[in-house]
Ligand binder design. Structure first.
Ligand SMILES: *Cc1c(COP(=O)(O)O)cnc(C)c1O
Length: 374
């Protein structure tokens, strides 16, 4: 049997010939056309209870960059640092670096794998005004405590942008879409490999409609009505075609997330020797199944991954190497103490997960894992 790590499943545009014909007839291909507008408004009501506003973007990396720039430019912070967890995807730190900030890479918590609040507090005390922005990652679609960050921002004036790249479909402890009510920008990816799969795309949500209005202007070159730049800008717009993929994905996202949650629970029940993440919300939009190999596994992770590959099972190792181990970030970033990251990253393996995964495939993966560790 061959089991890939992921099987991206954006909706089949070829099944939506009428939508495509209407799109072509509209003569509008980008610039927040009717499909983008319909998607933003349905997403807002379906996922965020109609509170606040959201904005589409061409991908989450550019959306993070835009949101960091907005937080720093309009927040009036002159600091040169951005707090970024080391246990995240490269895009989080790249966004800070493109805004001219130096990432300070900090640790995570041992069970939720969310960014360490102890480290955030300590670094804020040490660097104060020199920290322009904090970029916490909602690790693997787990829920951050947004009140903590709102209070930190209110108390210190620091900018906050949430990297919620894997969280579209996640529900928080109150059962709302993760991000609901956030006073800061929350950035979600709709990349083909994410649970909310399109081709390329992203969403920024904020409870503050004015912030979204500013971001919308920034995403269109910072132009006002007279096409004169009023603020920092770039082109971050989502084209209408991927917006159609997003609009139709909304019809099935609950089914997709729930099917993935069932599969996740089966893995958890079968792999008693592996360590799973502690979840803080009521539903996570699992993109894959991150686990830690047993501490007493007796074989290096690379050997395990190789043996699984020989059995036809592809594993991932997100996020290892973590950022402080990657040459570019080693070069440009400041590295804080990382005891938890250093303990977790070498043991992390991502197990296969996709919408159409069969239970027989999952059983095969679990049996192969037991054999390969023997
Ligand atoms: C996928 C991902 C991104 C980037 O999303 P794109 O839409 O591919 O640019 C950023 N941060 C994290 C943590 C991600 O997993």
């Amino acid at each position: 049997m061959r089991v890939p790590l992921l099987k991206p499943r954006p909706i089949r545009l070829s099944h939506y010939a009428d939508d495509l014909a209407a799109h072509e007839a509209s003569g509008v291909f980008s610039n927040f056309g009717p499909i983008n507008t319909a998607f933003e408004s349905r997403l807002l009501s379906d996922v965020f209870g109609g509170d606040g506003a959201c904005l589409t973007a061409c991908n989450a990396t550019i959306a993070l960059l835009l949101a960091v720039k907005e937080a720093v430019h309009f927040g009036g912070r002159r600091g040169r640092y951005a707090l970024v967890p080391s246990f995240t995807f490269a895009a989080t730190a790249h966004a800070a670096a493109w805004c001219g900030l130096t990432p300070i890479l900090y640790d995570i918590e041992p069970e939720t794998w969310l960014p360490s609040r102890e480290a955030e507090q300590r670094l804020m005390e040490r660097h104060g005004e020199d920290i322009a922005v904090i970029l916490p990652y909602a690790t693997y679609g787990n829920c951050l405590d947004l009140n903590w960050y709102a209070a930190l921002a209110a108390r210190t004036g620091v900018g906050v942008v949430i990297d919620a790249a894997a969280s579209l479909g996640t529900r928080d402890a109150a059962g709302h879409g993760f991000g609901h009510g956030a006073p800061m920008s929350v950035v979600y990816s709709m990349h083909a490999t994410k649970t909310f799969a399109t081709s390329e795309g992203a969403v920024i949500y904020c409870a503050d409609k004015q912030r979204i209005a500013r971001l919308r202007q920034m995403a269109n070159f910072g132009f006002d009505g007279a096409r004169a730049a009023q603020m920092p800008g770039l082109n971050a717009k989502l084209a209408e075609l991927p917006a159609l993929q997003a609009l139709r994905k909304l019809d099935e996202i609950d089914r997709v997330v729930e099917r993935r949650a069932e599969l996740y629970a089966l893995y958890r029940a079968r792999l008693q020797d592996f360590t799973f993440q502690r979840h803080t919300g009521t539903r996570a939009a699992h993109q894959f199944v991150p686990t830690l190999m047993p501490e007493e596994a007796g074989i290096p992770r690379a050997t395990f991954v190789q043996r699984m590959k020989e059995r036809g099972v592809d594993l991932g190792t997100y996020f290892s190497p973590h950022l402080a181990e990657q040459p570019y970030f080693k070069d440009i970033a400041v590295v804080d103490e990382l005891p938890v990251t250093a303990a977790i990253a070498p043991r992390v393996v991502a197990l296969p997960l996709y919408d159409t995964m069969e239970e027989a495939e999952l059983r095969y993966v679990c049996e192969a894992a037991a054999d390969c560790l023997r």
